[in-house]
Design a protein around this ligand. Structure first.
Ligand SMILES: [Zn+2]
Ligand SMILES: [Zn+2]
Length: 152
């Protein structure tokens, strides 16, 4: 799905939940869509939004990110540096995607497959807990770093 279609869809979702998408909020959303793979922190988003909408304040960006988190358009994640980062949920994804964090180069890769259905069944059965979502980050060494090491 292209950025404009995605933007339209999220706009509709916001509208249905009683939120208006002001131009500043729209710029914030656009930055998220354009940097989908980057897992940006609020301050990084702010810097990029400012390029599109110089008049925007950090508080507006924070508030927009809060609303988008509430509506589950984005998920808050944090990796090794402890910063809250914002990550778009994939369209129609029932569960939040998983991450592979490389301890050597810091690269973050995403896994789209759920892979956890069996685990969820066990949790339900043994703990009587109904899983609605989960966060999963694997810490390890990525394909590239492994290849580099083998060459040395
Ligand atoms: Zn992600
Ligand atoms: Zn790596």
């Amino acid at each position: 799905m292209d950025t404009i279609t995605q933007l339209k869809k999220i706009k509709k979702q916001l509208h249905e939940s009683g939120f208006k998408l002001t131009p500043q909020r729209e710029s914030t959303l656009l930055v998220l869509l354009e940097n989908e793979k980057d897992h940006l922190a609020a301050e990084e988003i702010y810097v990029r939004v400012k390029e599109k909408a110089p008049e925007i304040g950090l508080a507006t960006v924070y508030r927009t990110l809060e609303i988008l988190t509430e509506l589950k358009v984005v998920n808050k994640v944090s990796f090794n540096d402890g910063l809250s980062r914002y990550d778009l949920r994939k369209d129609g994804a029932k569960h939040f995607h998983h991450h592979l964090l490389c301890l050597e180069c810091g690269q973050i890769e995403e896994i789209e497959d759920d892979l956890l259905l069996e685990v969820e069944k066990v949790v339900d059965k043994q703990y009587g807990f109904l899983v609605k979502d989960h966060r999963l980050t694997f810490h390890g060494i990525c394909r590239n770093c492994r290849a580099e090491k083998n060459q040395l």
